[in-house]
Ligand binder design. Structure first.
Ligand SMILES: Cc1ncc(COP(=O)(O)O)c(C=O)c1O
Length: 426
């Protein structure tokens, strides 16, 4: 997101303004000027260097699952730091083994399923694309063209060159083309278009994989639709393609289930061939990865197929174990479901004429705006102590920590209810 093209340094507190000037002097401008310089945080609250407090309904973009400074997370991180922080993949550690086992179990993945750990969402999807390519090499192909990877319009899978090949937004993709050969887009929700893509295999090469998010978070929290997902599953099975679900944003409890594909209303009850995860998995420690479902898909990677120096880092894995255990022990899946409903209902009935719809599942939500003023609306909320995200000109995204309380949600709704409806458009 471009953070604050419309925030001037004069609007900020004195420490924020001085530090943001220094920030700009030493950072490449890929993020725009940050909104504030943050100092410390606890639970669902974060404070900037000028001492202003914010209720955080973005959670580091769906990352801080347990909120800030959760004792179980701090304990896991510090204990592991005191034991061993990094080993290389010539060696394994116990948290790595524990986390992989827990992820396979929570995904309900069948016997023989295996995990690959990376460090981010883009890397998780790079791994998935490499898996798809290895699978594609096993498919009949008389075209001389590479097997294809089909992604959806409005998809976001990351910004590395592979992940960017399957990321829709032309303004962030096109300047880097040509990208990975065989990456193609099909209109999200259009079963016929997907069917047509499969039917073109004799001329264009077989389809190695279809990759999709079940809720397109970066596009404005848009579900792709259970019927479409079911049709994709059927077509992939018929044609021998992998169905890969990108759960980087939706995974690890965010939608009220461990993974969004476990929600019948999002997936129609399908079982994927692989799932990618990142963001919330380690509650704020950089971590990502891939679960390949079943023995056959899991054995596509062999020694040398893939890897990364930090993959399976013990600190991240210890944080991941603590995150999953705490989600379980504190009933945070149920909390995500209940607080999410409270938030959507609250926004729908708060009487703000700017809001035309609230959508999402669990604690991944957006409120749709009557006119495209998301940046001004998010800035107004920030000035009034609430962090939300102008994910699209017409949509404010909310992805608070899974520990968010009933009173936090009431407070967020009461701030949002007062956002003026006549703010300038983006
Ligand atoms: C669905 C999805 N996939 C992949 C990514 C990329 O993750 P990262 O920014 O960790 O590379 C994101 C990030 O927003 C995402 O939402």
């Amino acid at each position: 997101m471009a953070q604050s093209d419309d925030t001037t340094l004069e609007q900020l507190g004195p420490k924020d303004a001085a530090l943001l000037q220094q920030y700009s002097d030493v950072h490449m401008n890929v993020f725009g000027t940050p909104l504030r310089v943050m100092d410390h945080a606890q639970g669902t609250r974060i404070w900037d260097v000028d001492g202003n407090e914010y209720l955080d309904f973005l959670g580091g973009i769906a990352v801080n699952s347990l909120g800030y400074g959760h004792p179980a997370w701090i304990k896991a991180l510090t204990e592991q730091a005191n034991k061993v922080a990094h080993t290389s993949n010539y060696f394994a550690t116990v948290p790595q083994i524990t986390l992989a086992s827990k992820l396979i179990e929570k995904a309900g993945a069948p016997e023989g399923s295996l995990v690959y750990f990376g460090n981010s969402g883009a890397e998780a999807n790079e791994a998935a694309m490499k898996l798809a390519k290895l699978h594609g090499n096993t498919l009949p192909n008389n075209t001389g063209k590479p097997a294809r990877i089909i992604a959806l319009t409005h998809a976001f899978h990351g910004r590395t060159l592979g992940a960017l090949s399957i990321t829709w937004k032309p303004v962030i993709r096109e300047q880097f083309e040509p990208l990975v050969p065989g990456a193609q887009f099909v209109e999200a929700g259009n079963v016929q278009a997907l069917q047509d893509a499969f039917d073109a295999s004799d001329e264009q090469g077989p389809v190695a994989a279809v990759i999709m998010e079940l809720i397109q978070g970066e596009a404005g929290v848009l579900p792709v639709g259970a019927e479409f997902v079911k049709a994709a599953r059927q077509l992939c099975t018929e044609h021998g393609a992998l169905l890969i679900i990108d759960e980087v944003q939706t995974g690890i409890g965010r939608t009220g289930k461990w993974f969004a594909f476990q929600r019948e209303d999002l997936s129609g009850g399908i079982i994927p061939d692989a799932v990618t995860f990142a963001k919330g998995v380690a509650g704020g420690f950089p971590m990502g990865g891939l679960i390949a479902f079943g023995k056959r898909n899991s054995s596509l990677f062999t020694p040398g197929s893939h890897g990364s120096t930090f993959a399976g880092n013990p600190l991240g894995c210890a944080c991941g174990v603590a995150t999953i255990d705490t989600i379980e022990s504190e009933g945070l899946l149920a909390n995500a479901e209940e607080r999410g409903k409270q938030l959507r209902d609250g926004l729908a009935s708060c009487g703000n004429p700017l809001f035309t719809q609230s959508r999402g599942r669990g604690l991944l939500n957006a409120v749709v705006l009557a006119h495209p003023c998301a940046h001004a609306a998010a800035n107004w909320a920030l000035e009034h102590g609430l962090i939300v995200n102008p994910v699209a000109p017409h949509a404010l995204r909310m992805a608070p920590p899974l520990v968010v309380s009933e009173s936090d949600v009431d407070e967020a709704v009461s701030i949002l209810a007062k956002v003026p409806s006549d703010l300038p458009d983006d």
